[in-house]
Ligand binder design. Structure first.
Ligand SMILES: [Zn+2]
Ligand SMILES: [Zn+2]
Length: 425
């Protein structure tokens, strides 16, 4: 019966007989249909009814049962205006094809109002300081330090080009200090003029498809603290003599900050009275702050540095924080990074789920479609990078620019000078 009504309703809808179609689907919904039929009927009704409030009520029904339903999330984003239907990707057009000739761009220069010297952001906290006369200038109206930027709706971004492309157009600009023209690579958010050293941040991106950083953790530690942290780290890792290391360089690295959630459902078998019985279970999950690197340029061995940040220090993005610091924007599109975020959550849940059963669980299968990315935000995190030499080999080290935590590469074969130190060799 319900199957029959689904066939008739679908046929009527396709033939444009709206009122008949609505009648069939409502009839079907009154007959206790399966969950799949119910969802499908609601999806049809969203397209058939004219009243936005009624459309929304069907979408709410679908999402209350499956918060991860991608189609319903996208339609809801369109309905509520979060997603502009005009920006929705045309599937016949490759969303990654962008013209890649450089664009002429104006960028912001940080200049001392008192003497015309170069202003730089200092890691001691709040101010820009003039290198020449020491004048200070508070970073643009720092009334509220904490980040207030709302995370962006993921379903809406995925439906538009923004979710799938990365910036590939370099910017050409003329230096306001010396007049020279120079080029800022596409993935840089800040630059110093190669001729006179004036420091700049890219403020305008005319490209509507490029996502801007929403917030950042400002640098809190300077080069002196980083040097001390390196020496302490060498000691704690057992280096007899601290090796020499390259001058550390501070970077803001781009990171996607995801919230992943949904109704997680799984199947498996548990042992009850010496017999394996199949189970089917579900729970609602919400994982905020799933961080995924948005750049490939961080050394593989330094990726653990992401886990050492505290996002309580996030502030709204302001380009003044970039004065005299290297900053990159994303080179991994949010669509690709979201797959990593989902995988991280699935793996964490896979480890958690067995704990809630008194016996062992076998054949655990999680339905990956039951979880989805809710929101995303591009954030910049401060790190220092350096390398050290040991036995003619080079090793990479990253230091957290917020709290000085060190994540570094160690010689695979151990520390020969540590051994010789102990045995007096
Ligand atoms: Zn000055
Ligand atoms: Zn210049």
């Amino acid at each position: 019966m319900t199957h029959d009504l689904m066939v008739r309703g679908t046929a009527a809808a396709k033939a444009g007989e709206k009122s008949d179609a609505i009648r069939y689907f409502n009839w079907l919904l009154g007959l206790n249909p399966s969950a799949e039929e119910q969802t499908e009927a609601w999806q049809w009704l969203v397209g058939l009814v004219d009243d936005p409030a009624e459309k929304k009520s069907y979408l709410d029904e679908i999402l209350s049962r499956n918060p991860g339903d991608a189609r319903a999330r996208r339609r809801l984003a369109e309905l509520t205006g979060t997603l502009n239907p005009l920006e929705v990707i045309d599937p016949d057009r490759n969303p990654t094809s962008q013209p890649n000739e450089p664009i002429r761009s104006t960028i912001q220069r940080f200049l001392c109002a008192a003497c015309g010297g170069r202003m730089i952001y200092t890691p001691d906290g709040k101010d820009l300081v003039c290198e020449n006369c020491g004048s200070r200038q508070a970073v643009g109206g720092l009334k509220s330090r904490l980040s207030t930027t709302k995370p962006a709706n993921f379903a809406a971004a995925m439906a538009t080009t923004r979710g799938h492309v990365v910036p590939i157009r370099a910017r050409i600009t003329s230096c306001q200090g010396c007049g020279a023209e120079f080029r800022v690579p596409a993935h840089f958010l800040s630059a110093n003029c190669p001729y006179c050293g004036s420091s700049y941040a890219a403020v305008d991106s005319n490209e509507k498809d490029i996502l801007q950083p929403a917030s950042l953790v400002p640098f809190k530690v300077g080069i002196k603290e980083v040097r001390d942290a390196m020496l302490a780290w060498f000691r704690s890792e057992g280096f007899h003599n601290p090796p020499s290391f390259a001058v550390p360089r501070g970077f803001y690295i781009p990171v996607w900050n995801f919230t992943v959630g949904g109704q997680l459902s799984w199947t498996g078998s548990v042992k009850k009275n010496d017999r394996w019985v199949p189970i089917r279970d579900a729970k609602v999950i919400q994982h905020p702050e799933i961080l995924v690197l948005a750049t490939n340029r961080l050394p593989e061995t330094s990726k653990g540095i992401l886990d050492t940040f505290h996002l309580t220090d996030l502030v709204n993005f302001d380009s003044h924080y970039l004065a005299d610091w290297m900053a990159e924007t994303y080179q991994i599109p949010v669509s690709d990074a979201s797959l990593t975020a989902r995988k991280v959550v699935l793996e964490a849940e896979k480890e958690q789920i067995p704990n809630q059963y008194p016996s062992r669980i076998t054949n655990l299968r999680i339905d990956p479609a039951s979880i989805a990315v809710d929101s995303h935000q591009l954030v910049l995190l401060p790190i220092w990078l350096t390398t050290y030499q040991h036995n003619q080999e080079q090793f990479e080290v990253a230091v957290n620019g917020q709290n000085c935590r060190v994540i570094g590469q160690l010689p695979a074969q151990g520390l020969s000078d540590w051994i010789s130190g102990i045995f007096g060799g």
